[in-house]
Design a protein around this ligand. Structure first.
Ligand code: S3P
Length: 437
């Protein structure tokens, strides 16, 4: 069993480049797989989750050439892909079951594509993914005309028989980019316009990328619409660094005295950067430098210095814009002066783990007073954490967040069962240690 050990940290100094964006890597592979012709994807995330999506397309007959990228900084997380897309209808029936591993994005987005195929495919995953709710995509994709079979209560495995789909206008009960993307991808297989209306705006990478690939995409308020049966132009793109991975360093430098770091080449899409806004309210010193656009996404270098944080109250659309950053935000709250209250975050209960329960239990081990709410958490900050033995609960973001907490604990903190970190951020511990001089 792999583990990460962290001690009370001296100031963090230096530069890091976070691994490529996971969400965009999945979408790049999916769009390239159904595009007409040869796509070139640079800086694809070389981690378990997006590689599941790559494997799924191989199983469906798509030719994919890949090479590891050599960078000035040893970035084992990056690959370069050449994908020989065969058009919307070019996939073939996979032999055997498609194993999505731990990746909800693979399962939900692929379901949208499979809903439009003239064959049957089965999707499964690991023990965590098999517990996650799929009703949220089963309902709209069934309404569009796909036959969706699942385990009890809409849990995986999913057996999808695609067919002739009809366009729908779907009001989603949850703000979920995975649900939105599944419907928009299925919409590519419909005659006419398919639209999704969300309660809050979730990350918008799918609609940005579809638009760049030549699909007619319209956005009005919280509604996104696509016109189907369009040709998808092959992609030629460079994937930015993952803000959600950068988030661990943003919090680490903010809570460790004397720190000053630069996080390079990081995606700063506003649907993802809620953590910066929340941390600014807490008194953090975070600056975006050299903001530019790369392959249709805003990218910047993020300069972070230590500061004394104070507690904050968070709810509403800020939660959606920081949904994956909750574990590490709770660590910032644990060190902040005063109380932090987060509400409107019940989606956290159905992530890779029940993140409200898992982060509450692990912070308590470090001596933090925490109250779990049905849809959030209340955390009382303290100056120093108690070093302890921490469980990851098989959740990559819990593991990495707790490693960051260990930087402010009074001894050596051991995070156990950290294999899961490889789903999004191989090399995380080495990158963090590289900042400790
Ligand atoms: C993702 C969307 C979010 C996020 C997940 C990745 C995506 O999930 O938590 O890590 O790439 O679309 P939901 O759509 O379930 O909110």
């Amino acid at each position: 069993m792999s583990r990460i050990e962290v001690g009370y940290s001296p100031p963090l100094h230096g530069e890091v480049s976070p691994p490529p964006d996971k969400s965009i890597s999945h979408r790049a592979m999916i769009l390239a797989g159904i595009a007409d012709g040869r796509s070139h994807i640079r800086n694809f995330l070389n981690a378990d989750d997006p590689l599941r999506t790559v494997e799924a397309f191989r199983q469906m007959g798509i030719g994919i050439e890949e090479s590891k990228t050599q960078d000035s900084i040893p970035r084992t997380q990056s690959r370069e892909l050449i994908v020989h897309g065969r058009g919307l209808k070019g996939l073939r029936e996979p032999e055997g079951v498609i194993d999505c591993g731990n990746s909800g994005t693979t399962m939900r987005l692929l379901s949208g594509v499979l809903a439009g195929q003239p064959f049957t495919a089965t999707l499964t995953g690991d023990a965590s993914l098999r517990k996650r709710p799929m009703q949220r995509i089963i309902r709209p994709l069934t309404e569009m005309g796909a036959i969706m079979e699942s385990g009890p209560e809409g849990r995986p495995p999913l057996r999808i028989t695609g067919g002739d789909l009809r366009p729908i206008s779907y009001r989603s009960p949850v703000a979920s980019a995975q649900v939105k993307s599944a419907i928009l991808l299925a919409g590519l297989y419909c005659d006419g316009v398919t639209s999704v209306i969300e309660p809050e705006r979730s990350r918008d990478h799918t609609e940005r990328m579809l638009g760049s690939a030549g699909v007619d995409v319209r956005i009005k308020g919280l509604e996104v619409a696509v016109r189907g049966k369009a040709e998808i132009r092959p992609l030629d793109m460079t994937i930015p660094g993952d803000f959600s991975s950068a988030a661990f360093f943003i919090v680490a430098a903010s809570i460790v005295h004397g720190s000053e770091i630069l996080i390079k080449d990081t995606g700063v899409n506003p649907t993802r950067t809620g953590l910066i806004d929340i941390m600014a309210q807490m008194g953090a010193r975070i600056e975006l430098r050299d903001v530019r656009v790369v392959s249709g996404e805003p990218v910047a270098d993020i300069y972070v210095r230590h500061s004394e944080l104070k507690g904050v109250t968070v709810g509403g659309d800020l939660v959606v814009r920081a949904i994956d950053e909750f574990p590490v935000l709770c660590v910032a709250a644990a060190i902040a002066d005063g109380v932090t209250k987060i509400t409107g975050a019940s989606e956290l209960r159905v992530k890779e783990s029940d993140r409200i329960a898992t982060i509450a239990s692990e912070l308590r081990r470090m001596g933090v007073r925490v109250e779990e709410l049905e849809d959030g958490i209340i955390i009382e900050g303290r100056r120093r954490l108690r070093a302890s033995i921490i469980h990851s609960h098989g959740d990559h973001r819990v593991a990495m967040a707790m490693a960051v907490a260990g930087l402010r604990a009074d001894g050596v903190t051991t995070i156990e069962d950290t294999e899961c970190v490889n789903t999004s951020f191989p090399g995380f511990a080495e990158m963090l240690m590289g900042l400790i001089k």
